[in-house]
Write a protein that binds this ligand. Structure first.
Ligand code: FMN
Length: 214
C-alpha cells in the first residue's frame, strides 16, 4: 500500500483545515450557550472540543474568528466570564445545526432553534432545557493561537456544575451511561455519526469494574 506524504508547510489554510477535521474524528460537539453583557442569549456548536484536566474538571474549545472579529461566543465569554457546554444527542442534531447559522449579535439562537433557556446556578449564561447533559463553566484561560490574520481562541473553562437528566445516569447518578446518552459526533465536513455501535473492552491491568482516571 502506498502512502501520500503531506506537510502542512506550503498548504493553504482551507486545505490544512480539511486535513485536520478529516484526521481527528469523530469529535464530540460542545453546544455552548453564553450571554452578552447586554443580556442577549447565544448558542453555537464547536467540535474543536475536549476535556483537558479532570481535577478540577476543565474543558477546552477552539473558536475561530469571523471577518476578523470575535465570534459571539468568544465575545460573550470575555464579557461575562461564564458559559454552559451541552452534549449534542440524538434528536437534537437539527437544532444544533440551526445554531451554527451566522445570526446578527442581537439574535438569540434559542429562539431561532425553538429551544428553552433556563437559568444556570453559577454562571449568567442560561442552559438549554431540552439538553440531557449540561456543564456550567467559568472561564479559566483564553489563549490566542495561530496566524494573526485568522487567529483561533482557545478557551479553557472549569466545570462548576453538571446538570444530567436522570435517565442518562448510571449507578445512582455517579456516572453517565454512554449508551443512554446517545451523543452525536462530527466527522469531516458535514458528516456526522451516532454512537449506537458501542462495545466494551476491559483494560489488561485493571480488575473488572475498576475505573481509575486514564
Ligand atoms: C458541528 C459544528 C461544529 C463546529 N465547530 C466549530 C469550531 O470548533 N470552532 C469554530 O470556530 N466554529 C465551529 N463551528 C461553526 C460555528 O458554530 C459558527 O461559526 C457559529 O455561527 C458561531 O456562533 P457565534 O458567533 O454565535 O459564537 C461549527 C459548526 C458546526 C455545525
Amino acid at each position: 500500500m502506498s502512502y501520500r506524504v503531506i506537510d502542512p508547510a506550503g498548504l493553504d489554510r482551507r486545505q490544512i483545515y480539511r486535513l485536520l477535521v478529516g484526521s481527528i474524528v469523530p469529535r464530540p460537539i460542545a453546544w455552548v450557550s453564553s450571554i452578552s453583557q447586554a443580556g442577549v442569549h447565544n448558542l453555537a456548536p464547536f467540535s474543536f472540543f475536549t476535556c483537558v484536566c479532570h481535577y478540577p474538571p476543565m474543558i477546552s474549545l477552539s473558536v475561530g474568528v469571523r471577518g476578523g472579529d470575535y465570534k459571539h461566543t468568544t465575545q460573550n465569554i470575555l464579557e461575562t466570564r461564564g458559559f454552559v457546554v451541552h452534549a449534542v444527542t440524538n434528536g437534537l442534531e437539527e437544532q444544533m445545526n440551526v445554531c451554527s447559522g451566522d445570526f446578527p449579535p442581537g439574535v438569540s439562537e434559542f429562539e431561532m432553534a425553538g429551544l428553552t433557556p433556563v437559568p444556570s446556578d453559577f454562571v449568567p449564561a442560561p442552559r438549554v432545557a431540552e439538553a440531557s447533559l449540561a456543564m456550567e463553566c467559568r472561564l479559566h484561560t483564553l489563549l490566542t493561537l495561530g496566524d494573526p490574520q485568522h487567529p483561533t481562541h482557545l478557551i479553557i473553562g472549569e466545570i462548576l456544575r453538571w446538570h444530567v437528566r436522570e435517565d442518562v445516569t448510571a449507578e445512582e447518578g455517579k456516572y453517565i451511561d454512554p449508551v443512554k446518552l446517545q451523543p452525536v459526533g462530527r466527522l469531516a465536513g458535514n458528516h456526522y455519526c451516532r454512537t449506537q455501535d458501542v462495545f466494551f473492552m476491559q483494560r489488561p491491568d485493571r480488575k473488572p469494574g475498576q475505573l481509575t482516571p486514564s
